[in-house]
Design a protein around this ligand. Structure first.
Ligand code: SF4
Length: 480
């Protein structure tokens, strides 16, 4: 018999997510919830991005709450949330996981009693929550932090193992419908879902903080079987699904196998992935991907200057990028790339070559990021060792004696202006509409509602007091 009988899985609203962060359901929590489906009779899920009156959704007889902290959040806000949970559910056990919880595990488990998180899990769950639920004993779980007899303990964390094929995330607990909803409340008319088909990355980009665990060990690349990914996609209702893998195309043969499974089973959706430009080296697989529904691809090219690519340790050259794009730019896919500016040795003139280069290779959209060193990635030491280069302690942005952080920000704006000419905007809009097919009627009615409502400040709609039950269940763009 399990040590708990009623569990609630809570996804907090960090308030600082990306422009479209309501595209992404709390997949990690849904996986954890699925792992205890047969041992905890009563389970519920609260997504605070939608559930404004979340305390009313938390059943008073809940005896365990699992929180997922993927993104930074002020600790006082976390403590206030835990106090509210403990006020509502007497004697409850609160556990947490996710990058932010891992980074602050000691502070969270040693906080005062009414704001203490009893157990913090480091790394992916992989069945450990179930072990805790079945035994009620923290000592028997690997990679957790807790306090016992007044002393802080942390059990050793093993390296990440292979990503499991099953269970699939429990989507039945959802109370919100996820979609491409901008933070200002404007809904693009596309309902979305997400899937994780692999984890880890074998590359060593100098700026990357995603490829290592909290002990600094490289997370080995492992992938789920094509069959299990197709099984999950078959269960998803939303027409647009984002693969949240760091590197969705690392194994071309597996990608081809997945496309074959999707085509054979007749699973028709539009997929977005993020991957490296080496995808262009297997154009026949890329063409099959387009037939299977892969239509939105984001690359991390970062730069077209070999000295910058070397500085960033991208294991790429300009020639490779150009050759790869030449093989795939005819494929019906919307191509986006990230670029990093402000690297050591990169001049203003070199940064301003991005718009021409991006158009020449066939990109449909670009994202420009001033270089940041969040530490402890290897880049921080490299930047600090270069005379004349500095890291802003607050924003973590890199700047130099020659170019201030504000000037680099200005260059980023100029690059975007020069890329988004009227012709480029029209060309990309037509292609986006042709490939992604947003619902134009929904788009128009939501645009009208959004305009009539005025331009709300970010999150204003969701934070409105007294939100109705319907508002809690529908995207804000529809609830207006
Ligand atoms: S390829 Fe992507 S995930 Fe891998 S190290 Fe580079 S930036 Fe990180």
């Amino acid at each position: 018999m399990a040590a708990f009988s009623s569990a609630c899985f809570i996804y907090p609203d960090d308030g600082e997510g990306s422009r479209f962060d309501r595209m992404f359901p709390p997949l990690g929590l849904e996986l954890v919830a699925a792992s205890v489906r047969d041992v905890i009779p009563q389970r519920s899920l609260i997504d605070m991005r939608f559930d404004r009156a979340w305390e009313a959704q938390l059943a008073p007889d809940t005896d365990i709450v699992a929180l997922s902290f993927l993104w930074d959040m002020p600790l006082p806000k976390v403590f206030a949330m835990v106090r509210a949970i403990k006020r509502r559910c007497q004697g409850i056990t609160v556990v947490a996981g996710g990058r932010f919880a891992e980074a602050n595990r000691k502070a969270l488990v040693t906080a005062a009693g009414d704001e203490r998180i009893e157990l913090v899990f480091s790394g992916p769950d992989d069945g450990r929550f179930r072990t805790f639920v079945e035994t009620g004993s923290a000592e028997r779980v690997a990679g957790v932090s807790f306090v016992k007899d007044g002393a802080y303990h942390a059990t050793p964390m093993p390296p990440y193992g292979p990503i499991p094929d099953y269970p699939l995330p429990d989507r039945s607990l959802r109370r919100a419908r996820y979609g491409a909803i901008r933070r200002d409340g404007f809904f693009l008319g596309i309902y979305t879902d997400a899937i994780q088909s692999s984890r880890g990355c074998p590359f060593h980009c100098a700026f990357c903080t995603f490829n290592k665990d909290s002990e600094g060990r490289q997370i080995a690349y492992t992938a789920r079987s094509a069959e299990s990914v197709a099984d999950e996609l078959e269960q998803i209702d939303a027409p647009f699904v984002t693969f949240v893998d760091d590197l969705a195309f690392h194994r071309p043969d597996r990608m081809e196998e997945l496309c074959d499974a999707l085509l054979e089973r007749g699973i028709k959706k539009t997929y977005a992935i993020e991957t490296r430009i080496n995808m262009g080296m297997r154009p026949e697989v890329v063409e099959k991907m387009a037939r299977a529904g892969f239509r939105y691809v984001t690359f991390g090219i970062e730069s077209m200057h070999d000295h910058v690519l070397e500085f960033l340790n991208k294991a790429l050259t300009r020639r490779t990028i150009e050759k790869a794009f030449a093989k795939i730019r005819h494929v019906p896919m919307f191509f986006v790339s990230n670029f990093i500016i402000g690297s050591v040795g990169e001049t203003r003139e070199q940064m301003l070559q991005i718009p021409d280069f991006a158009r020449a290779i066939g990109l449909d959209s670009i994202m420009i990021h001033p270089l940041r060193c969040r530490g402890p990635e290897p880049l921080t030491a490299k930047v600090l060792a270069t005379p004349g280069y500095h890291i802003d302690p607050e924003s973590k942005r890199v700047y130099s004696d020659a170019l201030s952080a504000a000037e680099i920000q200005g260059i980023a704006r100029q690059i975007k202006r020069e890329f988004w000419t009227p012709q480029q905007t029209l060309k990309s809009a037509i292609k986006f509409h042709r490939l992604i097919k947003p619902n134009l009627v929904t788009l128009a009615s939501n645009w009208a509602a959004w305009k009539l409502r005025g331009q709300p400040r970010p999150w204003e709609v969701q934070q409105a007091p007294g939100a109705s039950a319907r508002q809690a269940r529908e995207p804000a763009g529809l609830a207006a």
